[in-house]
Design a protein around this ligand. Sequence first.
Ligand SMILES: [Zn+2]
Length: 206
Amino acid sequence: MKWCVGFLLLIVSVSGMAQSQAEKDKIRELELMRQMDHARRVTMKIDSAVRLSDEGHYQEADAQFRLILKSIRSVPTDLTYYFGKNSFFLGKYRQSIDWLNKYIQLKGTQGQYSEQAIEWLEKSEQELLKLKAQETKRAYEVLSGDYYIDCGATGKVVCPSCKGSGVIVKKNYFGDVYKSCPACEKRGYLTCDEYNKLLKGKLISD
Ligand SMILES: [Zn+2]
């Protein structure tokens, strides 16, 4: 009797293990199918974004690439090339350089797009250099707002906001509305300090 019960228990547990193994296989299979389906949909989205880019719709392509990047855990290598190239046309040169470099790091010179990637990378780097040169030039420009302007012996300046009238005219649906000038408070002139503040945008004006 004892032996019999033991045997029965053995059968039950073996069949139980067999069933759970089958279930695990089934779950794994489903998961694999789900992943393949996801990958297929991502590929389709990438293809359509590439088409947009090729047709010159760079902004739309960019938006679509961003959505794809958000929806995936690992980025397909070719996407790094497509996104990097599209970024060039949007003038996003740092972004372009970043992604094209990724492609070149991953594929070396043997990738399907290696040659083009290197070409677009060079173009992006040249454009970025031009931008940087412009920024440096702009940094050296001297602007009057950085200095205190001497207003002369009177120490007064005709208020530039109201041109000396003390009132500001605003148009609305009912016609002209007259408002006292907030910069000079109706005086029509500014003291030199006020004038310098106005130049720096620090004098309260409406
Ligand atoms: Zn005024």
